[in-house]
Design a protein around this ligand. Structure first.
Ligand code: SAM
Length: 214
């Protein structure tokens, strides 16, 4: 599974992918993540990736040419070109799970900045528009990382304990039951006795009862 991330802030992305579960998945070869600086595909002295909007208005818009060139260079036959945008479909666990099953997945992810992208990018170059929620961030790097993290941890073998995925929130239309660890009591706040009982059947029942439906 390969991700090509196109951004004007490669350092933001690199810092995250070299940490924790994603980093382990990279080292073990479950995923390949290539981080590209969009400015590489500019040809003017200032490496310009944005310009003012036609029709006027505030802010700057990401230009079509560098992104077109980047996609031309990176795209393969079965590539999904994804764009981060608050106007996209809000990401859900089911989609992450479906992507995680596509062993040959190759995804190019475009990270926006400024006021977003020239609409021609959305209209002609992109297969999948996704949002991570009904709010606006200053860039697409976090959404791109959310997508990659969410997919990567579901790839079989990436998490040491595969069972930890079974009862997880949003799997089977439920939220996970409450979890506790040592000490048994802190500040007068006690762990529910049933979890200390060692009676696995009762614990299972208790947990099922505490899982909230969504
Ligand atoms: N002017 C745009 C609008 O009102 O829809 C917002 C642009 S935002 C400041 C800059 C970039 O951050 C976007 O192009 C997108 O790549 C990313 N972004 C911001 N919020 C996002 C969200 N909720 N989901 C996905 N991407 C987001």
């Amino acid at each position: 599974m390969t991700f090509d991330i196109i951004t004007i802030f490669p350092n933001v992305v690199e810092e995250y992918i070299n940490t924790g579960i994603v980093s382990n998945a990279l080292k073990k070869g479950f995923v390949e993540i290539n981080v590209h600086d969009l400015r590489k595909w500019t040809d003017d002295k200032h490496k310009t990736v944005d310009d003012t909007p036609y029709g006027g208005g505030p802010g700057m818009i990401m230009k079509v040419e560098p992104i077109y060139k980047a996609i031309q260079e990176l795209k393969k036959e079965n590539t999904i070109v994804a764009i981060t945008t608050p106007k996209g479909k809000i990401l859900e666990q089911k989609e992450l799970s479906d992507f995680s099953e596509q062993k040959d997945l190759h995804m190019i992810i475009l990270c926006g900045r400024y006021e977003g992208f020239d609409q021609r990018i959305h209209d002609h170059l992109v297969d999948y528009e996704f949002s991570i929620g009904k709010y606006v961030l200053s860039g697409g790097e976090l959404p791109a990382l959310v997508l990659i993290d969410g997919i990567t941890r579901l790839i079989p073998g990436v998490l040491g304990n595969i069972e930890s995925l079974n009862d997880e929130s949003f799997t089977d239309g439920k939220l996970e039951y409450p979890q506790y660890t040592k000490p048994e009591e802190f500040n007068g706040w006690k762990v529910p006795e049933i979890l200390l009982s060692g009676d696995h059947k009762k614990i299972e029942k208790y947990r099922q009862k505490r899982q909230k439906m969504i």
